[in-house]
Design a protein around this ligand. Sequence first.
Ligand code: GDP
Length: 197
Amino acid sequence: IDYHQARFVHSAPTLAHCLPDEGHEVAFAGRSNAGKSSAINALTGQKALARTSKTPGRTQLINFFELDDGTRHLVDLPGYGYAKVPEKVKLEWQRHLSAYLQKRRSLKGLVLMMDVRHPLTEFDQMMLAWADDADMPVHILLTKSDKLKRGAAAASLQKVRSALAEWDDLVSVQLFSSLKRQGLDTLAQTLNRWLAP
Ligand code: GDP
């Protein structure tokens, strides 16, 4: 699949406004600032396909990017975990994200971004629990791996793998750096597998 062909097609405020539940899609999720937009931009070779939205509390949208023949999509889910967001808004996001994971039949897998320096936050654990409930495969990108020395990055990878060993049939983990373009091939291989017709 040529991810460089990805193009923006649709924004949805809630699950009800998503594209029809047809074809194959993979979704990208992560705590705000984990490097999700940068990862999507690196994968697609486009500088500003996914916007980095730094404003807490701002309306968060589910963005759809179409690949090649229009039956396959990348889905950029709202970032989660802004400390300053009102409890009510947080609960709304949680409701939408969990419903999306549970109900979206075209969803074939979830790419979960975590900063290599502090993975498995409370929010990450929540996403993993929902994915597990939904029997949804998860591929974890330990992002910004260029921020750690090689040994420290490998240690973080090992720590996350051990913590999730129980789910190793459904969960895979890799190091990733958008800045150094490290790990793009492994990511693409996983997506190709999930998006195969
Ligand atoms: P998002 O909120 O998850 O979409 O995160 P962004 O992609 O906007 O990235 C958050 C911050 O981390 C930005 O300042 C990026 O420049 C930085 N960042 C993202 N990816 C990398 C990376 O691979 N290496 C480094 N050093 N910084 C990164």
